[in-house]
Design a protein around this ligand. Structure first.
Ligand code: PB1
Length: 333
């Protein structure tokens, strides 16, 4: 056999196999998405997201204390108000007594080491369930009012930053919202303290269903194809990443993760080589992996590792994943 044909010697021993990964999976790479509702005592299972719950503010300790103990470093908060009066403009989104702002205060006080990111969007708070303001056109069509949406999104992001969030993450996909948020942070003297993580390459994926169940954020009509990227889009993803960097994004996200690893690796290699890259393993990806394990297709832990190792290999610096609690255990064993 020709010498250059022999590879197996390089990874025969478990330790030499570890050396084959360019970067190792660590706990600080995981950001845990959590759903905060406005019923203080709530601890409600989410059927379509096995193992995940909607948490009331008074139950947050029950969720966070053991996870912080195990090494949880960051969370991203999603407000899921069930008692508020939703309106066409997402009025409750920045309610000072709302679940997100209340959770920021509590976490800053109780878990000072925990990094708090806040998703910024209107869909959980609008009566129509879209991520921005709608305009009803003379021809009978209904479209997004981008300018008004951007103004509102920046307002909500600033409210979270003022409440103490370390990071604001606009998932709305409105054009120009990154610039508007960055300007608002700078004018408020928070531009040098609050991270802006942009969902830059966010696709109109079929894999958001369980999240929408959890957050009650399914659009009441139509879909999000006019403001989330077409799944086949390549150039648009590049342009969105380049645009958001120019508008001041500090972290660039690709979402969902698995079906878009090509975009992630292109962001790492070419488009955003000097930015931390986030990848969001979305609810549908998580539910799919759990369902496959329950169906006996594979071992859950093995598949979960395989699903995040490819995200790291493609260039992610941080991974938003509902498997975060499990990885805090798995990475210890
Ligand atoms: O886990 C997930 O599926 C995330 C869903 C995501 C949250 N940022 C959104 C996708 C959607 O419902 O269109 C919410 C949009 N603001």
């Amino acid at each position: 056999m020709d010498i250059s044909s022999v590879l197996q010697g390089g990874y025969h021993h478990p330790l030499s196999r570890e050396w084959q990964s360019r970067r190792e999976l660590t706990k600080n790479m995981f950001m845990y998405p959590i759903f905060i509702t406005d019923e203080p005592q709530a601890e409600v299972e989410i059927a379509s997201l096995p193992g995940q719950k909607r948490w009331g503010i008074e139950k947050l300790d029950r969720l966070l204390a053991p996870l912080v103990q195990k090494g949880l470093r960051s969370v991203i908060l999603f407000g899921v108000p069930v008692n508020c009066q939703k309106d066409p403009h997402g009025g409750p989104a920045d309610d000072p007594s709302g679940p997100v702002i209340q959770a920021i205060h509590l976490i800053r006080k109780q878990y000072p080491s925990l990094y708090i990111a806040c998703d910024v969007c209107l869909c959980e708070y609008t009566s129509h369930g879209h991520c921005g303001y709608l305009v009803h056109n003379p021809d009978g069509s209904t479209t997004i009012d981008n300018a008004a949406s951007v103004k509102r999104i920046a307002q909500v992001a600033l409210a979270y930053a003022k409440a103490g969030a370390h990071c604001v993450a606009p998932s709305d996909m409105m054009d120009g919202r990154v610039k508007a948020i960055k300007r608002a942070l700078i004018e408020a003297g928070l531009g040098n303290r609050c991270t802006l993580m942009s969902y830059s390459a966010k696709f109109a994926s079929a894999m958001y269903g369980p999240f929408r169940d959890a957050a009650g954020s399914t659009p009441s009509f139509g879909d999000r194809k006019c403001y989330q990227l077409p799944p086949g889009a390549h150039g648009l993803a590049q342009r969105a990443i380049i645009r958001d960097i120019a508008e001041g994004a500090d972290i660039i996200m690709v979402k969902p993760a698995l079906p878009y690893l090509d975009v992630l690796s292109q962001a790492r290699d070419r488009l955003a080589p000097s930015h931390p890259l986030a990848a969001y393993q979305v609810s549908g990806e998580y539910a799919m992996i759990v369902a496959g394990a329950r169906a006996g297709v594979y071992d859950l832990r093995t598949m979960a590792f395989e699903s995040v190792n490819c995200i790291v290999r493609a260039g992610a610096t941080l991974i938003l994943s509902y498997f975060t609690p499990e990885f805090l255990d798995w990475l210890d064993s």
